[in-house]
Design a protein around this ligand. Sequence first.
Ligand code: NAD
Length: 364
Amino acid sequence: MRIAVMKESAPGERRVALVPENVARLAKQGHEVLVEAGAGAEAGFPDDAYASAGARVAPAGAALDGAEVIAKVQRPSAEEAERLPRGTLLVGLLAPAQSGDLLRRLAARGVDALAMEKVPRTTRAQAMDALSSQATLAGYKAVLLGAAALPRILPMMTTAAGTLAPAKVFVVGAGVAGLQAIATARRLGAVVSGFDVRPAVKEQVQSIGASFVEAEVAAEGAGGYAKELGASEQERVRATLARHIRDMDLVITTAQVPGRPAPRLLDAAMVRGMRPGSVIVDLAAESGGNCELTRPGETVVDSGVTIIGAVNLPATMPHHASQTYGRNVTTLLLHLAKDGKLAIDPEDEIASAMSVVRGGEVRA
Ligand code: NAD
């Protein structure tokens, strides 16, 4: 199988789809990897590290000649899509729900596509689960951003000049990102509480040392995800959150419902009820935000409360984000290969779930 790694071109994107360690693993299985020059530079993986691992480094464009698989992080731009050779398989975070035009263009060009967001959340596919690998890092970074924006420290500190009380951190949405945020805030010494609408999460929150805020709702959907709340449950959640956040220093929101805009959990009045100096980090900023005052990619200050509309945090930790994303992609590619060749089994449940363009047709 001949795999090409494209250099990312989206603004702010510093990750790369495969790292040298992945190249070595693929080469060992007899696959050939071509890397566009400079593809890993921003993530701390120079061209010579790829070459030492067995890749061929080629100028942009030339790397794609003869490739069967093109590995990317972000969905290709219109210009990049034009460079994809007919008959190739594109693998990346393609945001299929928002990429109708792109998918139609790929179908018309005879390029098949697998969306990394659509890896099934099964035990078998866990090592390919890019949403989880990237959300874990985002949850960690959200705490650091919040801590840096706070006018106080997170841990309790006893000094000759007196004792400083620990910060109170509240994490809303305790999925993959939220649980990592809770663990990180705990390690930094904060007093942490968590909330989710899936009751199953309560024990997980408590097992990593946070208290669970009760709102008596149960919105467990399919596949371990949440479903949208009904009006009366929504009101109960908002009343509970309004009470709880008044006393918080840092609130990290991560609530998402698959296929829907992010639930609006904190309105302007609730934010204005918080203490001046407190901080909200909204990890759902890109899908509409959990907070009414969030502006994606911006930091807003309202009534003394700082609201950080965090976008694409994994790209701010490109080394580790690429290492884990690359591992996800490599595991997928080795899963798809049969006897050294790309051979997608139409019955394969992982490839079928991920397939968004196949044989000239858009399937998403
Ligand atoms: P996600 O990003 O879709 O949502 C984040 C969290 O927001 C979820 O925990 C969800 O319950 C919560 N949420 C939704 N609406 C809310 C509301 N109104 N108020 C508060 N919280 C709300 O989810 P995710 O983090 O990608 O994953 C969710 C779950 O999926 C995991 O916790 C796990 O159970 C499961 N999962 C399974 C696997 C696997 O088996 N391989 C892998 C990853 C995740």
